[in-house]
Design a protein around this ligand. Structure first.
Ligand code: ZN
Length: 308
């Protein structure tokens, strides 16, 4: 069994309209699902991805209106890294982000910046045979667009405590003292620890909640058993409708999920109109009218835009 790299990354926003604007208009991702938090249907769960909503490109946000900003610390992912295909693409993104008033920092083949709520982001020029997972955007030529995740960087106070679990239980391949590749038959991602800052981390707006690794549907239960056998106390399998999930904390404290490749975001709406209407889990469908009155109004990221 091999995990197929990152499935999705889930983070927290206090500003859903600003979040939609930044990730769709500026970064050019597609809003592929607009649904509610399954534990609190009065707030959104927003999903951004490539044009088809593929695992490997899917960044999701829980909305907590008014929540204070957090800060990453030990046991938290602090930076999400996307791939682009060339040096030229890095130059394009440096100009585009600067024009938005962000201050991207170029470091060799990478560009570091933060989203409007301070979440660490990075774009890396990477040579890979993995399929580019690209969304269409009128101002972003396809060959310069984000191509899906390259990896995530987390903080750990005790990276050695995680090593045997990551390598022996999850099958991560070591690339260095604190650096692993997570590669399956189709895709791969990296997982890296940086030295944790002395201050404790705080969950809040602009922080990553968890990272999910991708499993074929038929191997999911076996992954759960393997994690349990390593003493990591996984949750039961939870049906998230678009995929199935198991959660656990790895030894450095980072919240991991293993999520299935499928059924996917077309389970309840067609590919052509993904993310345009509010999608509700069946149990909340009777509350639709009430919820539509409570939820924060959001911009339609593709309004008036001819589909190229
Ligand atoms: Zn998740």
């Amino acid at each position: 069994m091999k995990l197929e790299g990152i499935h999705h990354v889930t983070a927290i926003t206090a500003d859903a309209p600003g979040n939609v604007d930044f990730y769709t208009r500026v970064l050019g991702l597609r809003l592929v699902k607009k649904t509610v938090n399954q534990d609190d249907p009065t707030v959104y769960h927003l999903f951004y991805a490539d044009e088809e909503g593929n695992a490997g490109s899917d960044l999701t946000f829980f909305e907590y209106p008014g929540l204070e900003r957090g800060r990453p610390g030990a046991g938290m992912v602090h930076t999400v890294v996307w791939r682009v295909g060339s040096e030229e693409a890095l130059g394009f993104w440096a100009d585009r982000l600067a024009a938005e008033g962000l201050e991207p920092e170029r470091d060799g083949d990478r560009l570091r910046f933060a989203d409007p709520e301070g979440m660490g982001l990075e774009i890396a020029a990477v040579e890979t045979n993995d399929e580019p997972l690209v969304a269409r955007h009128p101002e972003i030529p396809g060959e310069l667009a984000l191509q899906g995740f390259d990896g995530v960087r987390a903080y750990s106070a005790h990276p050695d405590a995680s090593r045997s679990f990551l390598e022996e239980t999850l099958g991560f391949s070591s690339r260095g003292a604190r650096d692993w590749e997570v590669r399956g038959d189709e895709r791969g991602s990296f997982y890296v620890y940086d030295e944790a800052p002395p201050r404790r981390g705080l969950g809040g707006a602009g922080t990553v909640h968890h990272v999910a690794w991708a499993s074929p549907l038929e191997e999911h239960e076996a992954w759960r058993q393997r994690v349990a056998a390593a003493g990591m106390r996984p949750t039961p399998v939870i049906d998230r409708f678009y995929f199935r999930s198991v959660y656990f904390r790895e030894p450095s404290g980072v919240l991991f999920e293993i999520a299935t490749l499928g059924p996917g975001f077309t389970a309840d709406e067609p590919l052509e109109t993904l993310g345009e209407a509010l999608s509700l889990p069946p149990a909340y469908e009777p509350l639709r009218e009430r919820l539509e009155g409570i939820l924060t109004p959001l911009p339609d990221p593709r309004a008036g835009r001819p589909v190229p």
